[in-house]
Design a protein around this ligand. Structure first.
Ligand SMILES: [Zn+2]
Length: 228
């Protein structure tokens, strides 16, 4: 199909090869971004294609995830999941509902292998955005809250400069999500952290946006925090 190409990958769990569909990068044209950087695409959305599902055993992962699974993780996956999986091809052209299904499989896989919280948080954020595309507020909020919960743990227990190439952006997104959830005090706390980060001057767009949303959160806070 026009705009796509096929690739072959090898599953880390069952070691079998399978085909995946990828979107040509020039076909992914961003029309606008929301305040939390959620991209809206003109036509085709690469987020739909950034996750691979092994048709043989169901093992699901971000295709950018180069981290090798260790033997414990493979064992956990095989014990809990492989036997329940029935052969299924899910790597073709995807619509929004297919994408939601795949990101849920990703979360399931991550939970089964006890993947680090920063990766779970990233999957939750993508899933929240997919529900946003569908105007499903309830599920969007559910996964945004999940994203916050996992990032709060990640930021206090993981070495994020290694796991997150975009640490500042994630910190900003946590702040902005708290603001959207009406938790202004928490939002201000995270915006303050972003502003004090040693790399802030290297990221002009985040610096400016952080300042704007920080002022907005302060104003909203003065007008009444719903949790106070
Ligand atoms: Zn497999």
């Amino acid at each position: 199909m026009k705009g796509f190409y096929e690739n072959e990958v090898r599953c880390q769990v069952c070691k079998k090869e399978y085909k995946i569909t990828k979107l040509l990068s020039r076909k992914a044209v961003v029309k606008k971004r929301d305040s939390d950087f959620c991209p809206h695409y003109k036509d085709l959305n690469p987020i739909f294609y950034s996750v691979n599902v092994c048709p043989h055993c169901g093992f699901t992962s971000f295709n950018s995830d180069e981290e090798k699974l260790n033997s414990q993780e493979i064992k956990k996956y095989k014990e809990k999941m492989s036997s329940k999986w029935k052969y299924q091809e899910l790597n073709g052209i995807r619509g929004i509902d297919d994408a939601i299904k795949i990101y849920k499989l990703l979360l399931l896989t991550y939970n089964v292998i006890d993947k680090k919280k920063s990766s779970i948080a990233t999957a939750c954020l993508r899933l929240a955005w997919l529900y946003r595309y569908k105007n499903d507020k309830e599920n969007e909020m559910k996964y945004l809250k999940n994203m916050i919960k996992n990032n709060e743990i990640a930021f206090s227990t993981e070495k994020l400069s290694v796991n997150y190439k975009n640490e500042l952006e994630i910190m900003f997104i946590v702040g902005e999500t708290y603001r959207k959830l009406g938790e202004f005090k928490e939002a201000v706390k995270w915006f303050t952290k972003v502003n004090a980060h040693e790399d802030i001057n290297k990221h002009r767009i985040i610096k400016i946006r952080n300042k704007d949303q920080w002022s907005l959160a302060m104003e909203e806070y003065r007008n009444g925090d719903k949790n106070e």
